[in-house]
Ligand binder design. Structure first.
Ligand code: ATP
Ligand code: MG
Length: 420
């Protein structure tokens, strides 16, 4: 027997019932993005490998351990996108969008790929709703992007999500903080995990983000970024808090939040939903003022976030949000014989063209089996078309919910259904 082929580890198959909740999220995300003036951007699923090396950062986990890379037939190196921001920056530069009205405001709903250990809320192909704003340094823009995420989370009916914010400074003040961190962790070096020993040399901020219990215990007493901010970063953070307050958005300052990607400056934030298990960050983002230049573009400051759609689904289920039901046909026509079937097909087609969901038999089922099927798919009305109905031009329209029926002129069925 031929061996069964399975999907790649860490990917998912989504069938129509489950797809309904995805559509709910995607539709709401598009609608909220529109209200905030964000337009959709679509970029390729794969990019030159060097884009992510330079954009995300050589010493990040994403680039070092998590990327899906491949060479094409001409030995060019590519990677499946592990995130969305680098591609958007490349697209802005390549298409000269820096001359558009500022700020640029884009959103995307994309699949991303990271070679990680699959678990609840963590997969190898995952999906993000993301936003990017470029061309403003004003902390009001940070507050606006955070408000977009917050509005979406609230309007999806998710409860118990907490916003954590922090500032990780800029190239001006970060070196001083970095040194203070290195000094602190050096005094605990023997106890750190092997990865963090390495991080201490390459990216000490990442030690703060380590999930191992010993490292996180040590990290608790580490110096805080916000104590090392320069005046500009400090003012920015203070203003951000004022603008969040002005919108009634609750937050807590969480000095442990440093984010996993290299490009962040000043503001970083996460929306955390404790109820959904270990992978509790449903949305993460921050400011990246140097990224555009780092990728060879103009000096345009940026801010944005990525929201993990599978984690949002977990949070919605945890919050008891009603999951949408599959659509049910308004009418099921059950024909007997080929003449009746042609008439059934004609009326179903007319109804569908007018925007109504209608069905008729396309499986050559017996009448009994058809009625069973109509019941299973939840048809509101049924109409049986047999020889005597065709002869008289009249048939019984049965309301399946009330089990009542009325005699109608078959010719009028479309109008009758449209008026229901
Ligand atoms: P984490 O610390 O959970 O690995 P991250 O810092 O790597 O997250 P980002 O790169 O900021 O995550 O991505 C933004 C959001 O995308 C995350 O907050 C999360 O909701 C989602 N996300 C990231 N990686 C995955 C994954 N492997 N599977 C599912 N969702 C993910
Ligand atoms: Mg990660």
């Amino acid at each position: 027997m031929a061996q069964k082929i399975q999907k790649p580890r860490g990917t998912m198959d989504i069938f129509p019932d489950e797809a309904l909740i995805w559509q709910t999220i995607e539709n709401k995300a598009r609608e909220v993005a529109k209200r905030f003036g964000f337009g959709e951007i679509r970029t390729p699923t794969f990019e030159e490998l060097s884009l992510f090396k330079r954009g995300v950062g050589e010493v990040t986990d994403v680039v070092q351990k998590e990327m899906y890379t491949f060479t094409d037939r001409e030995d060019r190196e590519f990677a499946l996108r592990p995130e969305g921001t680098a591609s958007v920056v490349r697209a802005i530069i390549e298409n000269g969008k820096a001359s558009d009205a500022m700020p640029l405001k884009y959103f995307y709903i994309i699949n991303c790929f990271r070679y990680e250990k699959p678990q609840a809320g963590r997969s190898r192909e995952f999906f993000q709703f993301g936003t990017e704003m470029f061309g403003t340094k004003d902390p009001a823009s940070d507050a606006s992007v955070i408000a977009l995420a917050s509005t979406l989370i609230n309007e999806l009916g998710i409860k118990g999500v907490k916003l954590h914010i922090n500032s990780i400074g800029c190239p001006e003040c970060r070196p001083k903080y970095r040194q203070a961190l290195v000094d602190y962790f050096k005094s605990h070096e023997e106890k750190l995990c092997d990865t963090c020993k390495e991080r201490l040399k390459t990216n000490p901020l990442r030690v703060l983000d380590c999930k191992s219990p010993i490292c996180s215990e040590i990290a608790k007493d580490a110096p805080n970024t916000i104590d090392y901010l320069c005046d500009e970063c400090n003012d920015h953070f203070t203003q951000l808090k004022t603008y969040l307050d002005a919108q009634g958005i609750e937050y807590s300052v969480d000095t442990r939040i440093v984010r996993g990607l290299d490009y962040y400056t000043k503001t970083v934030f996460e929306f955390i939903c404790e109820g959904i298990g270990a992978q509790s960050t449903v949305c993460g983002g921050g400011r990246y003022d140097g990224l555009m230049e780092q990728l060879g573009g103009p000096s345009l400051p940026g801010i944005g976030f990525g929201m993990g759609i599978t984690r949002i689904i977990l949070a919605m289920k945890e919050s008891g949000v009603d999951i949408p039901e599959a659509p049910k046909p308004v009418l099921y026509i059950a024909p007997m014989g080929n003449n009746a079937k042609a008439i059934a097909i004609k009326y179903v087609s007319e109804l569908r063209n007018k925007g109504v969901y209608a069905e008729c038999d396309i499986c050559a089922r017996s009448l009994k089996a058809q009625m069973k099927y109509a019941d299973k798919i939840g048809a509101h009305y049924t109409l049986i078309l047999g020889d005597s109905e065709l002869e008289s031009g009249k048939a019984q329209l049965k309301d399946m919910t009330s089990s009542t029926q009325e005699e109608i002129e078959i010719n009028n069925i479309v109008d009758i259904i449209l008026k229901k």
